[in-house]
Design a protein around this ligand. Structure first.
Ligand code: ATR
Length: 266
């Protein structure tokens, strides 16, 4: 049997996901393929019907459809319910099940980088879709002090609801002079390599970026001389993919990060 996997989003021109999943298929000895569908929002329903008609096993979902696809799910697992977003669709005999493996990806990114937010002073930059995956991890590994800073402060307030309203909220330009142990960048600033604005806070232990390209992202480069841990978003990308692959195939892949590091940054 051929295992059909795919990705929907817009734009997809720079995605690395087919490389990752076709490699996982090869490693797991599964005959199949992973293809990308760069779609407009009016095409969403048709393409989901197409996936069902052609017996797809699973599809990843990226920006801007992580919320819209929830309307087509017969069921949402606890991860997707927790943060109100789906990045993995699983086509089953009981209908489409929506999952969110970004949460697992974020968890593994910190764990494999030996960064832990428990009892630390933590700052989260950004309050968009990507930042939602951070909250379940922080709920378990509770910081002493947690601030969400966003350009649009109302969105930070919304995000704080997922954290029982227990985070401090501020604007990015109110961070000057503050000190944190761990800072997580979940804004899309720097995604095209543009310079990152220095908001004047200091970091004592680790700078973590959800962006993975270049290896030292614009955000990380601000702190590259500070003798702190710098973590880019590659582990999150790879581990969320491994989580999806596990849901679709039952195969528990331990990603070879050295291989992916070489492949992405060669
Ligand atoms: P994603 O799904 O990648 O998180 P998103 O939901 O559009 O994308 O969120 C992007 C995040 O980056 C938001 O927090 C956004 O701030 P606003 O909520 O104020 O829009 C932030 N962001 C994007 N460009 C920014 C910029 N130039 N300066 C500051 N913050 C920026």
């Amino acid at each position: 049997m051929y295992t059909n996997l795919g990705l929907i989003g817009n734009p997809l021109s720079h995605t690395f996901s087919p490389f990752i999943h076709n490699y996982f298929l090869y490693k797991a000895g599964i005959c199949g393929g992973y293809t990308c569908y760069d779609i407009e929002s009016y095409e969403l329903e048709d393409i989901i019907l197409m996936f069902q008609r052609y017996h797809f096993t699973g599809v990843n979902v990226t920006v801007p459809y992580k919320q819209a696809v929830m309307n087509y799910c017969a069921e949402l697992d606890i991860t997707a319910q927790n943060i109100g977003a789906v990045n993995t669709l699983h086509f089953t005999d009981n209908g489409i099940i929506g999952h969110n493996t970004d949460i697992f990806g974020f968890h593994m990114m910190l764990e494999t980088s030996a960064v832990n937010t428990a009892n630390k002073r933590v700052l989260l930059l950004g309050a968009g879709g990507a930042s939602r995956a951070v909250i379940p991890y922080l709920t378990i590994n509770r910081p002493d002090y947690f601030v969400i800073a966003n350009r649009t402060v109302e969105k930070a307030q919304d995000l704080s609801l997922l954290y029982d309203n227990k985070a401090d909220i501020c604007k990015l330009d109110e961070l000057k002079g503050l000190e944190f142990d761990i800072v997580i960048n979940a804004t899309s600033m720097g995604v095209k390599g543009e310079p990152y604005t220095d908001y004047g806070f200091t970091i004592k232990e680790a700078a973590v970026d959800m962006i993975y390209k270049p290896k030292i992202t614009s955000f990380l480069s601000l702190y590259s001389k500070n003798n702190i841990k710098l973590v880019n978003g590659l582990p999150m990308l790879i581990y969320q993919a491994a989580g999806s692959f596990n849901i679709w195939t039952g195969c528990d892949i331990t990603p070879d990060m050295e291989y992916f590091n070489k492949a992405v940054y060669k």
